[in-house]
Design a protein around this ligand. Structure first.
Ligand SMILES: *Cc1c(COP(=O)(O)O)cnc(C)c1O
Length: 231
C-alpha cells in the first residue's frame, strides 16, 4: 500500500475512535513511528502531509535528521529509551522527548539544552514514561516514584513538562491494553490533571482505538503506516 493511502486510513481510524468517545479528533496527534524505515519513506509521508515522526534510537535518528534537514516543518519525537550520554545529541533536534524516566536524565537534558539553546526563554518539552504494568525489565518510572520525578522536572526551568507516556505489555489482544491506558490517565488525574499534564502518549497500530477512548493525545503508529519492519 502507498504510504499516503495508509496514512489516510490511520487518520480515519483516529477520527472514528474520537467520534465514538465524543472527542474532538484535532486533540489527537498522530506520530508516525519511522524506526528502521529509510529516509525516503519518511519523505513520502511528509509529502502526504505528515509532520510528526517518532524514532527510538539516537544513532538512527541523527543520520535521518541530517538527510531530511530540508523538511523544515518536520517534528521529531524521541520515543525510545534515552541513555544519559546520548542526551546532548538530541536536545536541539527533537521537539518532544517521550521517555524521561529518571531525575538524572531530566537534569542532563536540562543541562545540555541550556548549553545549546539560542535564547534563555526556550524550553525543552518532554513527557515522563511510566512503567504502567510494573514490568521489571521495562523502562519507565514506577507509579510510586512519579510524584517526585514530576516535581524535580518542574524545578528545572529550561524543561517544559507536557504529560505522560506508556508502552503496555505486548499482547495478542488489543483490548488488553485498555486497563493500562486507563491507569495512565488516572495517574495524570492524581498528579495535577490536564492543567499540568495535558498530553498522554499512548496507543500504537494494534490498540490506538482503545488509547483514544482512554484519552490519548499522541498515538504512535508505525506498522499501519509504513508496513512491517525487518527485525
Ligand atoms: C515501535 C513503536 C511504536 C509503533 O508500533 P507499531 O505497532 O508499529 O505501530 C510505538 N511506540 C513505541 C515506543 C515503539 O517502540
Amino acid at each position: 500500500m502507498r504510504i499516503a493511502t495508509a496514512l489516510t486510513q490511520v487518520r480515519q481510524r483516529i477520527a472514528a475512535a474520537a467520534a465514538e468517545s465524543q472527542r474532538d479528533p484535532s486533540e489527537i496527534r498522530l506520530v508516525a513511528v519511522s524506526k528502521t524505515q529509510p529516509a525516503g519513506a519518511i519523505r513520502e509521508a511528509y509529502e502526504a502531509g505528515q509532520r510528526d515522526f517518532g524514532e527510538n534510537y539516537v544513532q538512527e535518528l541523527l543520520p535521518k535528521a541530517q538527510e531530511l534537514g530540508d523538511l523544515t516543518e518536520l517534528r521529531w519525537h524521541l520515543i525510545g529509551n534515552l541513555q544519559r550520554n546520548k542526551a546532548r545529541h538530541v536536545v536541539m533536534l527533537v521537539s518532544l522527548v517521550h521517555t524521561v524516566d529518571t531525575i538524572e536524565l531530566a537534569r542532563e537534558l536540562a543541562r545540555r539544552f541550556e548549553g545549546g539553546r539560542q535564547t534563555a526563554d526556550q524550553r525543552l518539552e518532554l513527557l515522563v514514561e511510566v512503567s504502567i504494568a510494573g514490568e521489571a525489565q521495562k523502562h519507565g518510572a514506577s507509579p510510586a516514584a512519579l510524584g517526585a520525578l514530576l516535581d524535580a522536572i518542574d524545578s528545572l526551568p529550561s524543561l517544559s513538562l507536557r504529560g505522560l507516556m506508556c508502552v503496555p505489555p505486548l499482547s495478542e489482544d488489543a483490548a488488553a491494553a485498555r486497563p493500562h491506558f486507563d491507569a495512565l490517565r488516572q495517574l495524570r488525574d492524581q498528579h495535577g490533571g490536564v492543567q499540568r499534564l495535558p498530553e498522554l502518549s499512548m496507543g500504537m497500530t494494534q490498540d490506538l482505538e482503545h488509547a483514544v477512548a482512554a484519552g490519548s493525545t499522541l498515538v504512535r503508529v508505525g506498522t499501519a503506516i509504513f508496513g512491517g519492519r525487518s527485525p
